[in-house]
Design a protein around this ligand. Structure first.
Ligand SMILES: NC(=O)C1=CN([C@@H]2O[C@H](COP(=O)(O)OP(=O)(O)OC[C@H]3O[C@@H](n4cnc5c(N)ncnc54)[C@H](O)[C@@H]3O)[C@@H](O)[C@H]2O)C=CC1
Ligand SMILES: O=C(CO)COP(=O)(O)O
Length: 335
């Protein structure tokens, strides 16, 4: 009998731990935590209290703080560290991962400096490996609590996604497939910036109509940039686009949304991030997205206002006044 596929997840934050828990219900799974106390707690208590409180993780899930051991175990490697840490983490194990092991990214940010998406960074660090991502409207704590959700495995070769699908799926976690890696990845990255705008709006006490305007126009600018970069615009109407946008903009627990609320309350970005104590990818990614918008000649007024607030050049209420000044054009054309 063939031995089961071993999944290794790098990064024991809220999402890496959650995805490792999903896989552990289907197949042997090892989670790498950079902190040995976190690995010990997962092995002995079946909890990761820093990120997931007292929620119990599946019995089969094992953790280690030995990155090389983890890499050597992998039949499938899942990279769940924040986007700024992907390259440094993979550089340590570039010669340890067996050839052809597929690598899935969970990260929803662009690498500062290179402006690369996490799958591009992975492809550089681990050349020759099939690379894809798992993304969708997936607030970690809800999924650990067993609430129904859906996600997408995106790989260029649909056969790779089809092989990976069942490793993460359950009766309450539906895993779809998509071959538009660029569109799926950009959806998860760009929605974080709109979620900061949505949090700022809530912090300023706006109405439901305003919130809907931010979401709809935010989606329009996500789609515009995606299409200009070569993604399929239809992807943005799916789980990794509008789906993840709605979840992140509405969820009180979304870290990007909470940063936006804190900015509207007058905190600086440094104070807002420190108060959060977890990663909010939209903060570092907003300036990079604005670089891309300029390079591709795409109008992104919401992202521009968010980036100016993050850069300390204006307040959240200035940002909303700024958006009111943008002349509305044809709905499918411009800002
Ligand atoms: N939490 C969620 O609901 C979801 C998060 N994501 C994405 O998953 C990625 C990871 O996010 P979370 O697990 O939520 O973050 P988190 O803030 O909960 O945890 C981050 C993890 O990365 C580790 N880490 C931080 N800096 C590191 C470094 N320099 N080198 C190695 N490890 C480092 C931390 O020790 C921690 O284990 C992000 O890109 C996020 O956008 C995607 C979907 C859902
Ligand atoms: O990407 C997410 C949900 O799909 C999580 O969003 P936050 O990082 O804002 O919590």
């Amino acid at each position: 009998m063939a031995r089961p596929v071993r999944v290794v997840v790098l990064g024991a934050g809220s999402w890496g731990t959650t995805v490792a828990g999903l896989a552990a219900r289907n197949t042997p799974t090892l989670l790498w935590a950079r902190n040995s106390e976190a690995a010990d707690e997962i092995n002995s208590q079946r909890t990761n209290s820093k990120y997931l409180g007292e929620r119990k993780l599946p019995k089969g899930l094992k953790a280690t703080s030995d990155l090389v051991e983890a890499a050597r175990e992998a039949d499938v490697l899942v990279c769940g560290v924040p986007s700024h840490a992907v390259r440094a983490t993979l550089a340590e194990i570039a010669n340890e991962v067996r050839a052809w092991v597929p690598v899935l990214s969970l990260s929803k940010g662009l690498e500062p400096g290179t402006r690369q998406r996490p799958t591009e960074v992975i492809a550089e660090c681990l050349p020759g490996h099939p690379v894809g991502l798992l993304a969708g409207p997936n607030i970690a704590k809800e999924i650990v609590d067993g609430m129904a959700a859906a996600s997408v495995v995106a790989t260029q070769d649909d056969r790779v996604a089809a092989a990976l699908q069942p490793l993460f799926a359950s009766s309450v976690f539906r895993v779809y497939r998509n071959t538009d890696v660029l569109g799926c990845e950009l959806g998860g990255i760009l929605k974080n910036i709109v979620a900061i705008a949505s949090g700022m709006a809530d912090g300023l006490g706006v109405g439901d109509n305003t919130r809907a305007m931010v979401l709809a126009r935010g989606l329009a600018e996500m789609t515009r940039l995606g299409e200009a970069m070569g993604a399929n615009p239809r992807t943005f109407a799916g789980l990794t686009g509008v789906g993840d946008l709605i979840a992140t903009c509405m969820a009180p627990t979304s870290r990007n949304r909470r940063v936006g609320e804190a900015l509207a309350q007058g905190l600086t970005v440094e104070e807002a991030v420190a108060k959060l104590g977890q990663v909010a990818e939209g903060v570092k990614t907003a300036p990079t997205v604005m670089d891309l918008a300029r390079e591709y000649g795409v109008d992104m007024p919401i992202a521009a206002e968010v980036e100016a607030v993050i850069g300390g050049r204006q307040s959240a209420s200035d940002a909303y006044r700024g958006l009111q000044k943008v002349a509305p054009g044809g709905e499918h054309e411009v800002a």
